[in-house]
Write a protein that binds this ligand. Sequence first.
Ligand code: DLL
Length: 443
Amino acid sequence: MNSMIETSTADCHPASAPDYMPVPELRELQFERLRAVVARAWREVKHYRSRLEERGLTPEDLRSLDDLAKLPFTVKSDLRDTYPFGLFASPMKDVVRLHASSGTTGKPIVVAYTKEDVEVWTSVLVRCFAGCGLHRGDIIQNAYGYGLFTGGLGAHYGAEALGATVVPTSGGNADRQIMLMKDFGVTAICCTPTYFLHLIDRAAELGVDFKELPLRAGVFGAEPWTESMRRHIESSSRIEAFDIYGLSEIIGPGVACECRRHQGLHIFEDHFYPEIVDPATGEPLPDGSEGELVLTTLSKQAMPMIRYRTRDITVLLPGQCECGRTIRRMGRIGRRSDDMLIIRGVNVFPSQVEAALLEIEGTLPNYQIILTREQGLDQMEVQVEVTPHMFNDKIGALQGLHQRLQGALDHVLGIRVRVGLVEAHSLARSEGKAKRVIDRRTQ
Ligand code: DLL
């Protein structure tokens, strides 16, 4: 780690005040906000109202934070079933921004923000960056993708509000990223951890030594990564690497972030109320038990989420952090309880691949998804079996099929994948459930 990092008051920022709120006061605030958000959801969103009514509940039944466990869960398919705007609690004239993320089939899930929601989002990102020891005067290169993905714009507004200088490079073009990092004297970078690994490799090829640059921090998230990746990143670039977590359904990046103690990610629980449940039964589990993270937004206007099942497996860490923050921490997300894959930071479901193949082929062919990592970058190949007569057929037919599959997959997934046509019966059959995904990425 860079010895130049200030360790004293560097992470104090006025926006961080709620991080240090006395716990009883925090619980009171959470309860007050919970009642308001549930009342809003009940009033404005048919879906929530009928879910509560089915259980004979009204917002008045919430008499303490523990009563939250009585409320029904919200799941990703609720967003799909109400696509595109069915869960909005604000009229469109109050919605200032839409983002989208992969759904389980062809359609994305859509999320909405009012002006106030964007302000909350910005404030939690300021708290993230401040906790990472960043401040005014830092030059932050933001290599999260700008666009429908929440990473780019979310981090952008937070970094600007912090008072830092933002270099909005968005993703891609490693050589240019490295050049700008060097020429602009960038002090911090935001991107997926695997993209930073790719930048490390590419910089070495270009003869650029990250250890000699002013770069001193990286704020990495949007996909799972490990302590060994952190060690590798820190030793090969001499930066301090921070884990940032979030998901579109809740707000985007900025639900939780590490502080400089690196003892778990602080959840900004004055806005996002965390629970851990048993992924199989949905029963709430006590702090310290591993299970699925369930989040309730406490202040979202445009699209409140009540007990959203994130499918991310983690633990709420007992005890307080040495940094003095009173807000709870969660462990790293190591895995998910569903089959979602994250490829170069983009969420991909095997069911999306199936939807694309079905669209082109009419029936679902035997297929396999193969994931590899080349020069630090995730690659996804979809191997599809074709009928024997196609292989004997004119080459043109195969080329046409290849093109159509490529087009459909690119369209549905939103990322470039490789398509491989293979002979019928050449893919390994498994005895039980078909093994559709072979993940050869090393962690
Ligand atoms: O990935 C938001 C984000 C952008 C987070 C930039 C951090 C930085 P989605 O595209 O909706 O949103 O994907 C959310 O990504 O449910 C996790 O499975 C995974 N994920 C996000 N951050 C982490 C992390 C953004 N730090 C899904 N560690 C989540 C592990 C993460 N997994």
